[in-house]
Design a protein around this ligand. Structure first.
Ligand code: FES
Length: 352
């Protein structure tokens, strides 16, 4: 049964239009809208001196924020990373972290405190009620909202209180500088470091499984061998960063099946050496299909044709794998004939 089928005298009081009245609730009108309490003026509304005092407090808070941001930058530039201080009850902590946290926290807090104090003491606090109505606003309502917005902007005294306006814009504009100086923490630019690996002319090619130098006969057709340069040992401090650039994969292809002329010139008896680091985002390539000579990166399935200059035939990688020019020394061991001629790894280090 819908409410239209219910006799009006049986409707709950809340649905009875006769109860929708404004005033004090009583037995006859238990759901009467009590309305808003009478508006009480604040001291700032009637005393311009008090309003000026509030204005100065807000400006002071915004100014403290600006100074705190300047302190943040000064701390970042001047306090050494390894300096520590004693802070009760935490104990010894990094002086730099303490100063950065304190100044940034102060800068953000005082912007918030200034805005709150401004709103509580100087902006209009007259409460208004608005009746519920359909969500879609008609033309008249939109005009009213526009007018109310302009009125609100006027009552926020941002136009009249130039001191607040100036300091607020200053504080808000300065705070993002804290984030900008943190960019320094990204460390120095890599420079030419990424352009060079441990490979160089005459460097022996060491099998990563046996840790022994390799002869051409150690590499059979269809096999995939991972290698590192001689002199780079696992216990070296920089092993991880160096092997991430120098890791090599060797395969043997029948010379007549090598399509790329430069690849053939840089190989030895069909043995070709390519960087093991995928040119997409740097995963180690680990799969090789003997029949097709395709190497596959397991991360996002970039596929490289190792019989055709390791060009990309599938997937998101943007560049072919860099090839290492190899040969054999007087003792019959495989060696590098130079470093890679282009940066290894992800293509976003763009080869210039
Ligand atoms: S890292 Fe190799 S395909 Fe993404």
């Amino acid at each position: 049964m819908s409410s239209q089928d219910i006799p009006e005298e049986n409707l709950p009081a809340a649905q009875d239009p006769s109860h929708d009245v404004e005033g004090i609730a009583d037995e006859e009108h238990p759901f009467a809208d009590p309305g808003l309490p009478p508006h009480e003026h604040r001291v700032q509304d009637i005393d311009e001196q008090a309003a000026r005092r509030s204005e100065r407090v807000v400006a002071l808070l915004f100014t403290i924020s600006m100074l705190a941001t300047a302190g943040f930058i000064a701390s970042f530039v001047s306090i050494p990373h390894d300096k520590s201080i004693f802070v009760f009850p935490i104990g010894h902590i990094s002086a730099l972290n303490f100063a950065l946290g304190l100044t940034l926290g102060t800068a953000l807090f005082t912007i918030g405190a200034g805005a709150v104090h401004w709103a509580r003491t100087l902006m209009s606090d007259v409460e208004i009620t608005d009746e519920r109505h359909p969500i879609a606003a008609d033309e008249e309502l939109r005009a009213k909202v526009h007018a109310d917005f302009k009125q609100g902007a006027k009552e926020s005294v941002i136009g009249r209180r130039k001191l607040i306006r100036g300091t607020m814009f200053g504080a808000v504009a300065l705070v993002p500088l804290s984030g900008v100086v943190l960019l320094r923490e990204l460390g120095p630019l890599p420079g030419t470091k990424l352009r060079h690996t441990r490979w160089s002319q005459g460097k022996l090619i060491i099998n990563m499984n046996t840790n022994e130098p390799m002869r051409p006969s150690d590499i059979t057709v269809g096999s995939l061998t991972f290698a590192r340069p001689d002199g780079l040992e696992e216990h070296d401090e920089d092993f991880q960063s160096e092997i991430a650039k120098a890791a090599l994969m060797l395969i043997r292809i029948q010379p007549e099946n090598i399509k790329d002329k430069r690849e053939l010139e840089w190989s030895h008896e069909g043995i070709v050496a390519y960087s093991k680091i995928c040119t997409h985002v740097g995963c180690p390539i680990s799969l090789y299909e003997q029949q097709t000579h395709h190497a596959l990166c397991p991360c996002h399935q970039s596929t490289f044709d190792l019989s055709d200059g390791a060009r990309v035939i599938f997937g998101p990688a943007g560049h072919a794998l860099p090839q290492l020019r190899i040969g054999v020394n007087d003792e019959g061991y495989l060696e590098a004939l130079s470093d890679f001629e282009e940066p290894v790894g992800p293509a976003f280090w763009e080869r210039g």
